[in-house]
Design a protein around this ligand. Sequence first.
Ligand code: DAT
Ligand code: MG
Length: 152
Amino acid sequence: TATERSFVMIKPDGVSRQLVGKIISRFEERGYKLVAIKSLTPSPALAKEHYSDLSARPFYGGLVKYITSGTPVVAMVWEGKDVIKQGRRIVGATNPLDADPGSVRGQYAVSVGRNLIHASDAFDSATKEIGLWFAPEELSEYEPIAWPWVMA
Ligand code: DAT
Ligand code: MG
């Protein structure tokens, strides 16, 4: 299991519902390293590119509208051991009604169209998404003080 990076985004409903701190805490407390973070309202072009794999789906238009609504998102990059797969477990199933109750979606959401959070689903999508949302100089290189204990 490699040390890798995942793109995680708290969607507008998560920001509006003031769940940002609780969500970030799950990644921090697990031992993952925050490499980048910013709050922004994405442009339609950015939202469309982020979800380009879903462009043929009937919910695509509504999804882009929701992400670009004007309530900001919190875009992040988290780094650590197996963070892509583990991030998906922290987030929970796409449909919150199928999500484990211990996951973010399973604890805080009930609608697939308002499921609070995004996390990359594979190495290739993580690479694409990090490059889409962040410039290289926005990604920090540092070692958290707890890193040797977490990563041993
Ligand atoms: P995930 O966000 O778990 O990676 P996905 O990539 O399949 O799920 O879809 C991206 C988002 O699109 C998802 O978080 C919510 C929305 N979505 C997916 N399926 C949907 C559906 N059947 N109806 C409405 N929105 C849907
Ligand atoms: Mg996805």
